[in-house]
Ligand binder design. Sequence first.
Ligand code: NDP
Length: 489
Amino acid sequence: MTDVEKRPSRAPVPSGWEYAPAPEARDIVHIDERYGLYVGGEWLEAKEHYTTISPSSEEPLAEIAQAGPEEVATAVAAAREAAENGWAEISPSERAKYLFRIARILQERSREFAVLESLNGGKPIRESRDVDLPLAAAHFFYYAGWADKLEYAFPNRRPRPVGVAGQIIPWNFPLLMLAWKIAPALAAGNTVVLKPAETTPLTALLFCDVVRQAELPSGVVNIVTGDGRTGAELVRSEVDKIAFTGSTEVGKAIQRELAGTGKRLTLELGGKAANIIFDDCALDQAIEGIVNGIYFNQGHVCCAGSRLLVQESIYEQAVAKLKRRLKTLRVGDPLDKNTDVGAINSKQQLEKIRELVEAGEAEGAEIYQPPCRLPENGYWFAPTVFTNVAQSYRIAQEEIFGPVLSVLTFRTPEEAIEKANNTPYGLSAGVWTEKGSRILWMAGRLRAGVIWANTYNRFDPSSPFGGYKESGFGREGGRHGLEPYLEFE
Ligand code: NDP
């Protein structure tokens, strides 16, 4: 007899998807009360500090150094010295060994990093544990493999390092963005000064311990914390190259600042990606792809599928299925292993999301949010879908960078292309159809750096990532990701 048949008639039948709390223990990670700046392999005291918090509870976590002009200059000098006195000259296979070591240490300490990432950034532990950490380690492994093969990567071109790279990263994938920046730079023989985002400095500071553990020569990696002023100082400093990921607005300001200086620049900026669903797609899989496309990491993803383009013939069915799926998303404690949607990264970002959602309602779009209880403290926003959206609405044009999806419709592939490309951005897109020929037809016409077919938000270190138009220029990942850190004779 099966278990079901054996159940006594009075036993309660499970009625819903209730989950018991499954919190990840946070005592695996030690957080210092106060951090300095990691410069030349030592901790340098700063004059000013600010408090970093946990966005899910607003609990203060640590005092973080605010690096000023002098401190940034000291960090750049340390990186310069390391570049000129050894790192660039060291044998490429030795460089590879350090990168392999860093990758392995990240794997070994991944739980500690994952907890800290969720604590400081608000993202669900499921994502930091299963996406951010494995991908960060994979980037170091991948570029470790290139370090002694640069002549093969660029045959007959005699590559050499650019020198000192200034790297400025955002708060949505703090450790992963650090890996995207540091791994190719080091593999190519550069030294770096990296500034993490103001709200999420803790995993970058823990990474300094990995650098120490890997016995990386002093000054090869320097970490300066602070707000946008520190970033601006780094841009003005004596670096040879700037690599920036963040908003289009700041990207443009950096480009203006660097014009005529001869410093190299790569920009990875915002996006407003179209996720395009044709009526012949596997709809249930597409619904999962839509959810992963926009609610992954609370929608704090530059390549998020924030505009859903649905073929008109399946519109009703797709929206009904999507709403039903939204009801099963669990919003809450980022450290709970069952959580799907965590906290919004900062108060400022929450205000921006609210402003754009209000604009969407005022312009006439129809809002849907599943019933969910949001925690009292911290910064939260329920997963949101807008239907009845016109192309001209702000929610269809501007990057919201939150868990908010705008649904539009189309009739023909040509119309889908026109609508998808009707944005100042060009970072990513998704296509869902069972026809391979249609995928290729669409991919050839979509103006986006990354196009996913029958999947979304998939990342791999060997695959180049970057944008067109206001989404920036330069590629990260793959062999292409080495080029911005090399000069060719
Ligand atoms: P920013 O572009 O301001 O932040 C990105 C990084 O640049 C941070 O380290 C930031 O420091 C630093 N920075 C800020 N001002 C300057 C400056 N003048 N010169 C050099 N560096 C600077 O993004 P926000 O955090 O303000 O987010 C605003 C919007 O940007 C979001 O709502 C989203 O739309 C978009 N965004 C896009 C990202 C992407 O991956 N494409 C990532 C993050 C945001 P600090 O953190 O201290 O301000």
